[in-house]
Write a protein that binds this ligand. Structure first.
Ligand code: G3P
Length: 219
């Protein structure tokens, strides 16, 4: 299992990566929408300097050629540690084949069903990004769909990683962490659930009080 940070904000990445709990950073065009198109490669370069681990960068385009062209630019941001995200669909699958032939790992993204995860696996994708929170928002049980997707990958003996994305709350995060061998990406706002607990705060306050009440050292 690997945990990723779903963010394109340098400050969030700078604060999170040194904690040692994240295997890398995932981004998408929505997370980058405040950055003018002309500045996006430079912005991603900054992210690559702040995160020395795996980067998931999403290509966009309305044809296979456009997807491939954008993917090539993105891959050069951090070659060897970048996974190119491609939107699921015919163009995405065709671009996936072209990129795989060049040794570029691909994550098929915006997946909502185990069948789409199966297609990503059969296409030889490095990973399959399932939008768990949005699956739930559509009335299904997102965690159950993620668990079923993971079982499908096992049944296919696939090495494709399941990347659970669109995670909105701590209980969902915890349920996803219970799925064997599933990766999860979380927004910076969910980090606190991993670091803090009211009980920890109380224990630390008690330690501080004990330290304050200690008698002064004898000279
Ligand atoms: O990175 C893709 C995914 O996490 C999208 O999440 O919050 O837009 O549903 P969200």
């Amino acid at each position: 299992m690997a945990l990723f940070l779903d963010s394109a904000e340098p400050e969030a990445i700078r604060a999170a990566m040194p904690l040692g709990i994240f295997a890398g950073v995932t981004t998408n065009p929505a997370l980058l929408s405040r950055i003018p198109l002309a500045d996006q490669l430079e912005h991603l370069g900054e992210i690559a300097r702040l995160c020395r681990k795996t980067l998931y960068l999403q290509a966009h385009g309305s044809s296979v050629e456009e997807l491939e062209r954008h993917a090539s630019l993105l891959y050069e941001v951090a070659p060897g540690r970048t996974v190119i995200k491609l939107p699921m669909g015919r163009e995405g699958l065709l671009a996936c084949q072209a990129l795989r032939a060049r040794g570029v790992p691909v994550c098929l993204t915006a997946l909502f069903s185990p069948l789409q995860v199966a297609a990503a696996a059969l296409a030889g994708a490095h990973s399959a990004a399932l939008y768990v929170g949005r699956v739930s928002a559509r009335g299904e049980d997102g965690v159950a769909v993620a668990a079923q997707s993971r079982r499908v990958l096992s049944a296919l003996h696939s090495s494709t990683r399941l990347l659970c994305a669109s995670v909105k709350d701590p209980p969902t995060l915890l349920s996803l962490l219970e799925i064997p061998d599933a990766d999860v990406t979380i927004p910076p706002t969910l980090q606190e659930a991993l670091l803090s607990h009211p009980g920890t705060a109380e224990a630390l306050e008690a330690f501080r009080a004990a330290a304050r009440s200690r008698p002064p050292a004898t000279p």
